[in-house]
Ligand binder design. Sequence first.
Ligand SMILES: [Fe+2]
Length: 354
Amino acid sequence: MRRIDLCRAKPGYCTACDIHTLDGKLLLAAGTRLTDEIIKQLRNYRITDIYIEDDLSRGITVVEAIKEEILVDIKSKVKDIMTSPTIKISVNAQKILNIVETLLNEILKNDFITMNLYDVRSVDDYTYSHSVNVAIFSLITGYAVGLRGNHLKELGIGALLHDIGKVMVDENILQKPTNLSINEYNEVKRHTFYGYEILKKSEGIPPIACDIALYHHERTDGSGYPYNLKNSVIPLQARIVAIADVYDALTTDRIYRKKMYPHEVVDYLCSLSQKHFDKALLDAFTSHITNYPIGMAVKLNSGEKGIVAKYNRGFHNKPVIRLVVDKNGEKYEAQKEANLLLSPELRIVGVWDI
Ligand SMILES: [Fe+2]
């Protein structure tokens, strides 16, 4: 299977994965032949990417970081919590802890904790998907830097609820497709205080989770908000969530901007290490995520083009590529692979739009 932008989908393409709505309803089953009508429906649901099965990609299987049915269930539970009538007053700590424990179990099952989380989702599911993804990325980073047991769970709770204060901010401001006025931007920034207040009032929420809501927009050079804190004055857990938050936001389509590819976001974050982000934490984060997810079509420095077919254990940014065309643009007749771990002269230089 391979992953394509929905705008490249054509009638006749065959879907490789089930696509669910956030409520767990099956939108489109794997193996469905696309028609103009189906593509239009997916566009209406604001799905941005899909996996297809074709001759170029047959036999390539995507390793799921977390099983899709578990992820769908978790996102729907997060949606229920965040849309509960009492959310502006307090959150149910036990329900949040159960979600974090499920995520943690799934992540720890993945023995080399490399993530293929570049998942299929609708723009509309952003809030809930974002919370869950930030929790997953934060837990992985926290684990990588040695957090264990309750420390890890508390990080997960704070990460899942980092933006809870946005329930207090006017939806019209949050969804505004154009630039915000200064007043509107200041109101958005207040979500850190709002979140802190909600979590403080919630029984069973650990203090560090409240701090994550308050400090996740602080930046190591003091350029963040609300207090312009610097370096280690910002709690470690909030520094972790800051990285996960920006990474997930930039790899996702939003109403006001197109998503960036994972490798572009990693380059961007690294360019800001020491300024906005803690370098050691950023290193821990980037060494556990995949720049080029399985199924992505890529260009190599040799001029050849192909599809990421599988990872080399521990070296997820040196994957095995199924080569499709040679440097002259001629299609390879027989199936050919390049293992980037065994061919150090080869590297991925960009995404191939097919
Ligand atoms: Fe935030």
